[in-house]
Design a binder for this molecule. Sequence first.
Ligand SMILES: NC(=O)c1ccc[n+]([C@@H]2O[C@H](COP(=O)([O-])OP(=O)(O)OC[C@H]3O[C@@H](n4cnc5c(N)ncnc54)[C@H](O)[C@@H]3O)[C@@H](O)[C@H]2O)c1
Length: 491
Amino acid sequence: MTIGKAALLGGGVIGAGWVARLIENGHDVAVYDPAPDARAKLEAVLANADRAYARLTMAPRQTKGAVRMAASVADAVDDADLIVEAVPERLDIKRRVYAEVETAARPDALIASSTSGILPTDLQTELRHPGRLLVAHPFNPVYLLPVVEIVPGRRTSPEAVERAMAFYPTIGMKPILIRKEIEAFVADRLLEAVWREALWLIKDGVCTTEELDDIMRYGFGLRWAQMGLFDTYRVAGGEAGMRHFMAQFGPCLTWPWTRLMDVPEFNDELVDLIAGQSDAQSGHISIREMERIRDDNLVAIQQALKANGWGAGKLLAEYEQRLFDRGAGAPAAPDLSQPIRTTSRQVPPDWTDYNNHMNEARYLQAFADATDAFMRLIGCDADYIRNGGSYFTVETHIRHLDEARTGEPIYTDTQVIEGSGKKMRLFHSLRRGTDRRLLATGEHMLIHVSLDTRAASEPGPQVAAKLEKIAALHAALPAPEGLGRAVGQPR
Ligand SMILES: NC(=O)c1ccc[n+]([C@@H]2O[C@H](COP(=O)([O-])OP(=O)(O)OC[C@H]3O[C@@H](n4cnc5c(N)ncnc54)[C@H](O)[C@@H]3O)[C@@H](O)[C@H]2O)c1
């Protein structure tokens, strides 16, 4: 059964992050949170998430799902396919919430707890339908970090696990099925180990909070973000790989290189020491501002990894490809007798330059995206390209007519000037969404190629027929102003 509507129980840091990710991917979400300021807190997170998504993906974003504030748990869950629980980390609160869930939810709705470490078997004990509960443990910010630990309890049904493993990739996530149920699962065990050691290092005066963070972010943090632990050490072992690495550092295991199970006493003195240093380190930046800095960096890292086809960036590329293939945002059956709406988006913040308007490279990108969208419309999509055919651009002429600023809605309409045989000549008009003002035009000549020979070739019959049909319809339109202009020609 596919997952459509979702319910979010708890709209705090994690709950709001889930809402952002779910609506971004077109799911309607009902949120229940009894806190009086729940809506305001949720909206603040949604605003940050929207800002981050505008930068994260170059693909046309889907039409967002709707958010509804529900009056009770029962009101939130009664028509939900997926019920995400993100209430405070206390077993008694979670169990109370599940009891309410069961009064109203459909028995086949999936219940996914966000708990950081409570065993799903303990969460299931009082449920009438325990088979549909599992843990789906995300990371903050949920709208940007893809991994989610899927932890079944003893009574979770295999179907529930299967459903979860199939669902999370559709919202851009990487589910990892945890093989054994243990407290804190995998990620929080690792984080707890680092945290305990870090508390000692600061308590003992070996370093400050800032120095410790610097050691991480200027050093091994960069390695972890893209290769994790074992691949990093494998490379560190040189040609002989992991075996050599283990032989070299194996003896350290018996050295006093960790105080892991010897925990510093948790008291006011420790809290004052850590919180005081942390305030001195970053107290001059607001938490909301730090969230935006964090989000920008997470976007930049994932985009860099996307260019390398690696790790979280590879996942992002796959997600974008699905958005492109689905033609998200584009009308299902456009009027082919008129210029066709090929893209529609907001100017992302990082598309602007020191003049505070869209930089030249992004005009080309906007037009390249429009060409890609047009290619998909005539059937030159991912499958067609996989089978060895595509169009290559051989000539481009862009006119910059007016400014486009960060956040402004923009769209492109595309007119076919020529579309026969191997040739496809397109004229794109980029306009501002608010007043339809013409911002730029892009004229492009493309040639169909065989990706095997890299030489010009005739397009497949279906692509050729679709292109010719649109070209014939567009031949009846007036020639767009600026068509065929040469650089520097007087206006
Ligand atoms: N913060 C993190 O980094 C993080 C990461 C992964 C998982 N988690 C887990 O996610 C869950 C939520 O944590 P958080 O950090 O978002 O906490 P939070 O305190 O920010 O949010 C919890 C929200 O639940 C609401 N709430 C309280 N009782 C409720 C009820 N009966 N019904 C509905 N809502 C109720 C509160 O008003 C609050 O807004 C916890 O289980 C936590 O362990 C947290």
